[in-house]
Design a protein around this ligand. Structure first.
Ligand SMILES: [Zn+2]
Length: 86
């Protein structure tokens, strides 16, 4: 059986298991792999998945459920994300 983990806080104010909150390292819209994408309809974002800016957990916004953790490659790519495209 797989443990289902949830972060704390509310759907308006995430409190990640690592201690990150929106006013510290923040959370960013991402794809299913945790790759940061612009929070817009044209980016392909599903309007619910976020990645923690500190520990790289992938979070389902409406349920606060931890879906996965970014792979090393995705973390590497996110570190080099071009924020002018966000
Ligand atoms: Zn976190």
């Amino acid at each position: 059986m797989i443990d289902v983990m949830h972060i704390g806080g509310t759907t308006d104010w995430f409190q990640c298991l690592c201690g990150n909150e929106p006013h510290s390292d923040g959370f960013f819209s991402c794809d299913g792999d945790g790759r940061i994408i612009s929070p817009s309809v044209t980016s392909g974002w599903n309007e619910r998945i976020y990645v923690c800016g500190l520990c790289h957990r992938i979070i389902d916004g409406p349920t606060l459920q931890v879906m996965a953790v970014c792979s090393e490659q995705v973390v590497f790519d996110n570190d080099r994300f071009d924020w002018s495209n966000y």
